[in-house]
Write a new protein. Structure first.
Length: 127
């Protein structure tokens, strides 16, 4: 059994639905959706797998960009999409199950929207 290398393709938000539909039609499963703050922007990665081939699609958005939901093609994506909304404030349009900001309850609204990593903390190598 040979495990293929992972690929990451950066696309525009406008092309997200078409790209995800191609994965769905090709028999890929959705593995995960992750969001990270990179400077003043958000990086959202969608990961798919088929026959041990792992492929990633990346969109980079500003905080005011609305992202279309992929939950119409991958039903369970609503979990990732609600998480992106509740933690980062990413606006996701058309989720099949929308918790309206109550999926993850936090003391501060959108706690990761403004947080900036400064290279400090228990995981930072201080040597």
């Amino acid at each position: 059994m040979k495990i293929e290398e992972q690929t990451t393709t950066e696309i525009e938000v406008a092309n997200l639905i078409g790209k995800v539909q191609a994965y769905r039609s090709g028999g890929y499963r959705l593995v995960q959706v992750t969001c990270s703050k990179v400077g003043d922007l958000f990086e959202i990665n969608y990961s798919f797998e088929k026959d041990l081939r792992f492929e990633n699609v990346r969109i980079i958005i500003d905080p005011d960009t609305e992202v279309p939901s992929i939950s119409g093609m991958y039903w369970g994506a609503f979990v990732y999409e609600n998480e992106m909304h509740d933690l980062f404030g990413v606006q996701v349009k058309g989720m099949n199950v929308d918790f309206h900001g109550n999926f993850i309850r936090t003391a501060v609204p959108y706690p990761f929207r403004t947080q900036v990593f400064k290279g400090e903390g228990p995981c930072h190598d201080r040597s």
